[in-house]
Design a protein around this ligand. Structure first.
Ligand code: F0G
Length: 355
């Protein structure tokens, strides 16, 4: 029986890599595209959710990291470095370990979800908590990689984009063509850049006929692309996309404009409401940052902007277990109440409303 080989092997001829370069892989990609009946009913469209939380380190970053670390090894790197809101650091740490490289990660102090933090530490990365935000961390990493023998694996490294474009390939492979609309969260804007590249290249190779509109959504407190200027102190519950000055700014604008798409923002309340709909109606558990895409989809549906019966692919970027605390609190911040019973069938039945 065939085992999925990871995105480099599965799509090697379409990637910028030679035929004989051994891939550093943990079997990333090949994630499910799930038909979302409840979201389809809510929007009047055919909605498919690309569940990227099912990658090896539980986010889409693994697609880019397999390429970036594979290329780093080819180039003789011994150490890699990245700035991160959490997921990139988890992925870099795992793939560096797989390749036998050392890894340093710079993260904004106190703003990383516990699951992500534990991954970077467990995989043996050297972690620096920076008194600053993600944008400060990235600036620092760029400076360090220019002056010292450390290889930068943020999405400003084109190998990352190259690997991440495979998600678009997979969606076309499953749907038999590109969707009408592709919806995703936007932070540093690497992923929207990668998807747009992937959809375009598949069409150039004659593997799909059309291109989707690209619809990106930022958190309202961290929405530089919507405001048209950098945000000095980005703030949102969706820590993954708490970014004020995206590195791939112009590429994101190109994806939006050339596709006839949208980049808009969603509030934290809209993000948490979408998070709840995904978990309680679709059975899909994501981290808040990932729910920004679904929040955006629902916002557009409320505004009457979804064409009837359109085929829509929605990327949810990271797993809910990365940042599970949001499920344990109500909207006003109090703890969700759980029921306690003794070891007794009658009291259990009563608590379940069976008696
Ligand atoms: N969703 C999640 C779960 C993310 O971790 C990120 C980015 C995004 C969406 C946005 O993607 O930056 O390509 O526009 N996380 C980066 C990190 C910044 O450090 O893990 P983007």
């Amino acid at each position: 029986r065939h085992q999925w080989q990871g995105v480099v092997e599965e799509y090697r001829s379409l990637l910028d890599i030679s035929a004989d370069t051994p891939a550093v892989t943990l079997g990333e990609g090949g994630t499910p595209l799930i038909k979302a009946e409840k979201l389809s009913a809510r929007t009047g469209a055919q909605v498919w959710v690309k569940y990227e939380g099912l990658n090896p380190t539980a986010s889409f970053k693994d697609r880019g990291m397999t390429m970036a670390i594979t290329k780093a090894v080819v180039q003789g790197a011994k150490a890699v470095i990245c700035a991160s809101t959490g997921n990139t650091s988890a992925s870099a740490a795992a793939y560096a370990t797989k390749a036998g490289l050392t890894c340093a990660v710079l993260v904004p102090s106190g703003k990383i979800a516990p699951g992500k933090m534990s991954q970077a530490i467990a995989h043996g990365a050297t972690l620096l908590e920076v008194d600053g935000n993600f944008d400060d961390c990235l600036t620092l990493c760029r400076k360090l990689s220019e002056s010292y023998p450390v290889h930068l694996v943020n999405s400003v490294n084109p190998d990352r984009i190259e690997g991440q474009k495979t998600a678009a390939f997979e969606i076309v492979d499953v749907l038999g063509g590109a969707p009408d609309i592709h919806v995703l969260p936007v932070g540093n804007a690497g992923n929207i850049t990668a998807y747009w590249k992937g959809y375009n290249e598949y069409r150039e190779h004659g593997l799909s006929k059309q291109l989707p509109q690209m619809w990106g959504f930022q958190a309202a407190g961290a929405a530089p692309l919507v405001l048209g200027h950098p945000v000095d102190e980005p703030d949102t519950v969706a820590t993954a996309i708490r970014i004020g000055n995206p590195a791939s700014w112009t590429q994101a604008e190109t994806a939006r404009d050339d596709s006839g798409g949208i980049i808009d923002s969603v509030t934290d309340d809209e993000i948490l409401a979408a998070h709840k709909i995904l978990s309680s109606e679709e059975g899909i558990f994501v981290e808040p940052g990932s729910a920004a895409s679904v929040a955006g989809l629902l916002k557009m549906a409320d505004a009457g902007r979804i064409p009837m019966d359109a085929t829509i692919a929605v990327t949810v970027t990271g797993h809910g277990l990365k940042d599970p605390s949001w499920a344990l609190h109500t909207a006003d911040g109090s703890d969700i109440e759980t029921k306690r019973v003794s070891v007794d069938a009658v009291s259990a039945a009563r608590a379940l409303g069976l008696e």
